[in-house]
Design a protein around this ligand. Structure first.
Ligand code: PMP
Ligand code: GLU
Length: 404
């Protein structure tokens, strides 16, 4: 009998992390690699936030905190939800954890029993199905279509719900497609949810501030207040404030659920770093002007990358409305042959070829439960993005198509 649990044997490692680790190890061997495999703003954390953290250290805020997070941070979260999302919470309806990632995990562990189902649209973030499995539940993917903008259709949601469904997980703007759900899209989903009063909604709003052009960010608890009591709204400072490494996420929801999530956290990590929590207070309460600056920079990069990728024969992508990912179709390149004679059978083969031949790290679509795509994070400098697209174009030009 091996040491690993049967549960873990069904869980795949994170492909965003795996591709990024592979890129780092090639870099350590002296290879020039452009890493576009991890969704992480390249900007520095704004100075006022870093100063607040240093101040917290000097003020001796270096001890354990309450499991749910320091009161001043939970109060800042209450104000943020009110100010930006028109959602009213009391402080005991808020919890803080080591990134939105841990809050998603805590929520699933706190609520799933063996056989409980969690439905979510695909393409989806790599961690959703695996977290559901880790928590003992059954992930149920609902495929969305590219010609519908990768938006979950109400009839497909209705068809996927069974008496075992506990949660619907929503993520807008979406990782990996960049799709943004409009108010109308969310209203249509809420209409279906009214037929199923026992299904809860987990709204992952981590890319809230990264919406471009005419697109408008909406969250389901605001759009459908009658669903709010069974909605857990999750967000964090990683993407909006360039604070990925600080590990601060937060959630607002029903007191009973938040308490249960605190129990999970209190028996595992206790809480996120006290210093990071003081930094997050400053992020949420302090100057917000750089959010727009970050957003504008991402919008320009999105336009650049979409343009350059669409010039490469065999790759195709729409212009996504949000987040900082381009999800490019590479179906036409599957089956082609590399200069060393290898046939590219899958999007993973193609991603590995790009790593090897172009020195560019991307994540294959299969990691997001959508074969025949690659995800490119454009949260990098314009120079890097241009260099990466040129290198990808050269590598693709060396492929011999199976029909040739
Ligand atoms: N949700 C989605 C959709 C993500 O892409 C990520 C990745 N950062 C997270 C949640 C988690 O973010 P963090 O843990 O850094 O707050
Ligand atoms: N969420 C980001 C991504 O998808 C960061 C890596 C991760 O946590 O998976 O790339």
């Amino acid at each position: 009998m091996g040491i690993l649990s049967a549960k873990l044997s069904a869980v795949k490692p994170s492909q965003t992390k795996a591709m990024t680790a592979m890129a780092a190890s090639l870099k350590a061997q002296g290879r020039a690699i452009i890493t576009l495999s991890q969704g992480e703003p390249d900007f520095d954390t704004p100075e006022n936030i870093s100063r607040a953290a240093v101040g917290a250290i000097h003020a001796g805020h270096t001890k354990y905190t309450a499991v749910a997070g320091i009161t001043s941070l939970r109060e800042a979260v209450v104000r943020k939800f009110q100010r930006e999302n028109n959602l009213t919470f009391s402080v005991d309806q808020i919890t803080v954890g080591c990134g939105a990632k841990q809050l998603l995990y805590n929520a699933l562990v706190a609520t799933l029993d063996e056989g409980d189902e969690v439905v979510f649209p695909t393409p989806c973030w790599v961690s959703y199905p695996e977290m559901v499995k880790l928590a003992g539940g059954t992930p149920v993917a609902i495929e969305t279509r590219r010609d519908k903008g990768f938006i979950l259709q109400p009839e497909d949601l209705r068809a996927a719900i069974t008496p075992k469904t506990k949660w619907l997980m929503l993520n807008s703007p979406s990782n990996p497609t960049g799709a943004v759900y409009s108010r109308k899209d969310l209203e249509a989903l809420a209409e279906v949810l009214r037929e199923f009063p026992d299904v809860w909604v987990l709204s992952d709003d981590i890319y809230e501030h990264l919406v471009y052009g005419e697109a408008e960010f909406c969250t389901i608890a605001e759009v459908a207040p009658d669903i709010a009591a069974r909605t857990l709204t999750i967000n964090g400072v990683s993407k909006s404030y360039a604070m990925t490494g600080w590990r601060v996420g937060y959630a607002g929801g029903a007191v009973e659920l938040i308490k249960a999530m605190n129990t999970v956290q209190g028996q595992s990590t206790s809480h996120t770093s006290s210093i990071s929590q003081y930094a997050a207070v400053e992020a949420l309460n302090g100057d917000q002007s750089f959010i727009r600056e970050f957003r504008d920079a991402f919008e320009a990069r999105r336009n650049l990358v979409v343009h350059l990728l669409n010039e490469i024969p065999g790759l195709e992508c729409e212009r996504p409305d949000g987040a900082f990912y381009v999800f490019a179709g590479c179906h036409a390149l599957i089956g082609s042959v590399t200069p060393s004679g290898k046939v590219l059978e899958t999007d993973m083969d193609f991603a590995l070829y790009l790593m090897e031949e172009a020195g560019v790290a991307v994540v294959p679509g299969s990691g997001f439960l959508a074969d025949g795509y690659i995800r490119i994070s454009y949260a990098s400098s314009e120079d890097e993005l241009k260099g990466a697209c040129i290198a990808i174009a050269r590598a693709v030009a060396k492929l011999v198509h199976k029909a040739a």
